[in-house]
Design a protein around this ligand. Structure first.
Ligand SMILES: [Zn+2]
Ligand SMILES: [Zn+2]
Length: 280
């Protein structure tokens, strides 16, 4: 118990240090890119910021859950044929990093698209989309159960492809840093590189609550994946457009934590109650 508490607190302190460093970096960028006015936090932003800090804290303390699920999944897969890590020994680190990021992004693309299109998996991911005032801290707005699903599957793909723990740590850190950036209020689109590396504009469109933007821009790093699968959408700046979704529980931490369960209950009722009414 004491060991668990120590590792949970160490993880929380690491994550918070990471948040502070990137918060500082992005604040400086925002200041130079958009001026002092953009640094002002109004009441809505403060509310959503606090909810996100709460979610970062709770998720950092509960991270043992997805880690245990990942360890269990990898234990089950050990005996199956997989690429040897030796395959990567001679590859230059840049090539290895690009391949790792691409595999990670392709896996994430499939999972992300599934979570948006399936009524039962959507409640897991919906918490991330519940922010109506998108900003830097929205990057970590997520339900821990989403990580319980995503972590083991992503680690399994890395395992089959011969990638090791150091690659997974690199992917995790690269993802975290880039996610802070794309959720920031910087209105950048990366110009000629807009299809190469995901920009804040590209990801803001993913959050926009308008019919034409729904189910678009699933990639984390590489927008060309969306381009290849016909889900790319970034016609112009998405600044000021509404984000969120219908049925959003809003800035209520309790409702957000319960959201997957209340939604599953609602879906189960919708599916089974009419049959009961018909049969009675
Ligand atoms: Zn999404
Ligand atoms: Zn997002």
């Amino acid at each position: 118990m004491w060991d668990y508490l120590q590792s949970a607190l160490a993880n929380l302190s690491f994550r918070l240090q990471f948040v502070f460093v990137f918060f500082g970096l992005i604040t400086v960028l925002m200041f130079f890119a958009t001026g002092r006015k953009q640094l002002h936090w109004d009441e809505t932003l403060k509310k959503s910021g606090w909810v996100n800090v709460w979610l970062i804290t709770l998720n950092s303390l509960a991270i043992t859950l997805p880690i245990a699920a990942t360890a269990y999944a990898l234990h089950l897969l050990q005996s199956l044929p997989h690429l040897s890590p030796l395959v990567w020994n001679d590859a230059p680190w840049l090539v290895r990093a690009f391949i790792a990021l691409l595999l990670f992004d392709l896996t994430n693309y499939a999972l992300h698209r599934w979570m948006h299109s399936n009524a039962w998996s959507w409640p897991l991911h919906a918490v991330h989309h519940s922010d109506t005032d998108l900003h830097f801290l929205s990057a970590n707005r997520a339900h821990i159960l989403e990580w319980v699903v995503v972590f083991p599957i992503t680690a399994a793909v890395a395992f089959f492809c011969g990638l090791g723990i150091s690659d997974v740590v690199f992917l995790g850190l690269a993802r975290e840093a880039h996610q802070y950036y794309v959720h920031s209020r910087l209105d950048w689109d990366h110009g000629p590189l807009r299809h190469v590396l995901a920009s804040p504009q590209f990801h803001r469109w993913h959050h926009v609550d308008q019919a034409e933007a729904h189910n678009k821009n699933f990639a984390l790093f590489f927008p060309f994946i969306d381009l290849a699968f016909g889900t790319y959408y970034s016609p112009h700046s998405a600044k000021g457009l509404p984000t969120g979704f219908a049925g959003n529980p809003g800035e209520n931490i309790g409702k957000l934590l319960l959201f997957p369960f209340t939604e599953w209950l609602r879906l189960a009722r919708e599916r089974f109650l009419p049959q009961r009414e018909q049969s009675s």
